[in-house]
Design a binder for this molecule. Structure first.
Ligand code: ASP
Length: 444
């Protein structure tokens, strides 16, 4: 029988009305047997996420200040959901206990995890599913790293006892019984781990958008939705800033070849985006899957005659930036040149010192620095082995009078990255999009 693991994000469970939508979605398909909730998210622009309120409580408690007022908002949120849903579940004593623990100095991880824990209790009662505390099935090792092996063993065994269950997202426990959370947005990871643990046929990730769009809608008007994308394409786009899903959520399901469907709780009939195995269906040759980009990079261009025959040149260069604790994004090279593309956030105020050290260690003929660089990635397995893709992309940029400072094509041919000036970023995105997506479906 099919098993679907169904994760609902904070906006899908922000109030009683959203809970009703969630119950209708779960009830519509008996394969939706394991449900992972986030903590309640914002109900509107000016509202608070429960997780943020809990972190605030923790910070107040650390300063020995009272959490009564802020925790009151948390209490009120859960109690109103219970009342409006007509649940008999009484959370009062549990809320009092949690408040006391936080005030007494409980850890940040314990404090934040209670958002998912309490929401899980409510959802389990409302769906009439079993409640399985994530602390009993998701494990971290003594160093705080996720323990995949132990989790897989315990989780699959434990969940096989329940035909249907709610497992709160975001946290697990360490060998000494302490609560530990994943990084922010980590309920996506829990969902993926559970999907893998029960060998699900599908991991559904319900949020407030109907999947991924081919480009950022704040820049490109009405971009088309992405119906299907491979894990690899998604990695490329996510790396360049397109985000709907926690980056680390891909790995557990990718390994087990379980597809992910991103769906919209507020529009359940929309197909959303299906994330499939890397050798998924072939695309129309020459088509692209999506475009993403980021501003705020610096290029350090180094020139030295006969660089290519100097043994260890690359190593010396990279050791300089490593010594400064800097990681680089790309390293395109020419005959006697090599460039490092580095995020400004990495460089901070270290540029002058880095340049001095490159001069000292590598003894280049010249170094040039280009500031205010943006990167745009055009991604798609449909691009591989197709002549004319680069011509199309660069013609589109040339027609816009946009100068390309850097080009990098991954060896798999599913990604072409261009470096341009920050000021050309939006126009370049639009031009690339319209070069590849027929205009009748993408009005400008
Ligand atoms: N509630 C947590 C957060 O806001 C985890 C999650 O929603 O996935 O980061």
């Amino acid at each position: 029988m099919d098993i679907k693991v169904t994760k609902f994000g904070g906006s899908s469970l922000s109030d009683a009305a959203q809970f009703r939508k969630v119950r209708a979605i779960v009830a519509a398909d008996p394969a939706r047997r394991y449900v992972i909730p986030s903590a309640p998210g914002k109900r509107g622009k000016h509202d608070h996420k429960v997780t943020d309120l809990l972190y605030k409580c923790h910070a107040l408690a650390q300063e020995q200040r009272s959490i009564t007022e802020v925790f009151g908002l948390v209490r009120e949120r859960y109690l109103s959901i219970c009342t409006e849903l007509g649940l008999t579940l009484d959370l009062n004593s549990e809320l009092a206990e949690i408040e006391a623990q936080i005030q007494a100095g409980a850890s940040a991880d314990y404090t934040a995890s209670r958002g998912e824990y309490l929401n899980g209790k409510i959802l389990a009662a409302y769906l009439d599913f079993a409640f399985v505390d994530a602390a009993t099935v998701i494990f971290f090792d003594a160093e705080g790293r996720f323990d995949a092996e132990k989790t897989q063993n315990v989780l699959s065994q434990e969940l096989s006892r329940y035909p249907q269950a709610v497992i709160p997202g975001f946290y697990g426990s360490t060998p000494d019984g302490r609560i530990r959370t994943f990084s922010r947005g980590g309920s996506d990871i829990t969902g993926a781990i559970v999907a893998r643990g029960v060998n699900a046929t599908l991991y559904e990730n319900w949020t407030d958008v109907s999947g991924f769009l081919m480009a950022d809608p704040r820049i490109v008007k009405n971009p088309k939705p992405i119906k299907e994308i491979t894990y690899r394409e998604l990695r490329e786009l996510a790396y360049m800033g397109a985000s709907v899903l926690h980056e680390e959520a891909i790995f557990p399901v990718r390994e087990a070849k379980i597809p992910i469907n991103i769906k919209n709780t507020n529009d359940p009939d929309a197909p959303g985006t299906l994330i499939v195995n890397d050798n998924g269906n072939l695309r129309t040759p020459g088509s692209i899957t999506g475009i993403a980009g980021l501003k705020g990079f610096t290029i350090i261009a180094i020139e030295k005659t006969l660089m290519h025959s100097e043994l260890g040149f690359g190593r010396k260069l990279l050791s300089v930036i490593e010594d400064h604790g800097i990681s680089f994004e790309h390293m395109p090279s020419g005959i006697d040149t090599i460039s490092l593309v580095i995020a400004d956030s990495q460089l901070n105020n270290k540029l002058e010192k880095v340049l001095t050290d490159i001069n000292r260690v590598c003894k280049p003929d010249a170094i040039e620095v280009f500031h205010d660089i943006a990167l745009i990635a055009t991604v798609g397995i449909g691009m591989a082995y197709t002549p004319g893709i680069a011509a199309k992309l660069f013609t589109a940029l040339a027609e816009g009078g946009i100068n390309v400072r850097m080009i990098d094509q991954g060896s798999s041919e599913i990604n072409i990255i261009v470096g341009i000036e920050n000021k050309d970023f939006e126009e370049a995105m639009r031009r690339i999009y319209h070069a590849f997506v027929p205009s009748e479906t993408a009005p400008r």
